[in-house]
Design a protein around this ligand. Structure first.
Ligand SMILES: [Zn+2]
Ligand SMILES: [Zn+2]
Length: 338
């Protein structure tokens, strides 16, 4: 391999995951600009959002683009003026790649809604490669108790899931519904259990139900099945709109249903009575750096257990297809060749 080239899975044109839209090849190694770090990537988690990027459900502002926003690696070069990190530090990079720091959202603790925000693997090349560059203010130290592979799914499934849990308004000891049980929910349930919540998990797969029970769910069933008790809050992880009216119907008056999805199929028409009683239906968009720092601390404190399956970088297309078919038990990560 040429010294200034790296291996990467690049997206030139979106397409069905089954048509293998990501191309394996060599591209130039990026150089860190002012305030940026360069990371030699060790592993990169595969997120449902990557599927939406690769299949073109999300508009692609930059093409070609290297997806991947659950990145763990070692700092291997510093751009001018970097102050927070040194070469050799282990850091993670997540979905929020940059926010302006100045707008009404950024100045009120809602940088996740910054209209100029940029996202890793969408506006800026991500982790399906051997190297990436990132602004030092959007890189996070990884708690030492996690291996690289364990840490990767924390970077999106964990952090965004944590924000969804906060936005659901669940209180310690409350009754929480989780709809869909993949990478994010299997981490979120551990935080909820740590807060002594009673957790009800709605998922079809037998394997997912068993994992939910292992992780402390008091009840598992399908989304069409009414749980034995009314729920204080819920989080939907499965990006399917038909679940919404069911989930609302299991919710107590005043309860919140948070939707942790960047893209969802249409929500069917439903009677007003499902939301009357001051029930709240809200989406969850991105995360703030505060969420990231708080979650990583909490995850280390618990400590959360990550169920991970690892694959080679070249297999990214097949992994995305498996994710689409719900064939991944918990979290998939790509092992990046060193
Ligand atoms: Zn802003
Ligand atoms: Zn993600």
């Amino acid at each position: 391999m040429n010294e200034s080239k790296m291996k990467a899975m690049s997206l030139y044109r979106p397409g069905e995951a089954s048509s293998s839209p990501l191309e394996y090849g060599e591209v130039s190694i990026p150089n860190p600009g002012p305030g940026q770090l360069r990371l030699k990537i060790s592993v990169c988690g595969v997120c449902h959002t990557d599927l939406h990027t690769v299949e073109g459900d999300l508009e692609l502002p930059v093409v070609p683009i290297i997806p991947g926003h659950q990145v763990v690696g070692l700092v291997d070069e510093l751009g001018p003026g970097v102050e927070r990190f040194e070469v050799g530090d282990r850091v993670g990079v997540a979905w929020l790649n940059w926010a302006c720091g100045d707008c009404e959202y950024c100045s009120s603790g809602l940088e996740n809604l910054c209209s100029q925000a940029r996202f890793t693997g969408l506006h800026s090349d991500g982790g399906y490669a051997q190297y990436l560059v990132v602004d030092e203010n959007f890189a996070f130290p990884i708690p030492r108790s996690f291996t690289d592979i364990e840490a990767a799914p924390l970077m999106c499934a964990g952090i965004v899931g944590y924000r969804a849990l906060l936005l659901s308004g669940i209180k310690p000891g409350g009754r929480l519904g989780l709809y869909g049980f993949g990478a994010s929910a299997h981490l979120v349930i551990q935080v909820a259990r740590y807060w002594e919540c009673e957790v009800y998990v709605f998922t079809r797969g037998e394997q997912h139900r068993r994992l939910a029970e292992d992780l402390g769910a008091v009840w598992t069933g399908s989304a069409e099945t009414r749980p034995p008790k009314e729920l204080d809050a819920g989080v939907i992880f499965a990006p399917v709109g038909w679940i919404v009216p069911h989930a609302l119907s299991y919710l107590k008056p005043g309860g919140t249903l948070a939707i942790n999805a960047i893209h969802m199929s249409n929500i069917p028409e439903m009677p007003y009575s499902l939301i009357y009683g001051e029930r709240v239906l809200r989406s969850v968009a991105n995360f703030t750096r505060k969420d990231a720092v708080e979650f990583l601390e909490t995850a280390a404190e618990i400590p959360v257990r990550c169920e991970v399956e690892s694959f080679s970088l070249e297999d990214a297309n097949a992994v995305l297809q498996s994710l689409k078919e719900s064939q991944i038990k918990a979290s998939a990560v790509l092992d990046i060749p060193q």
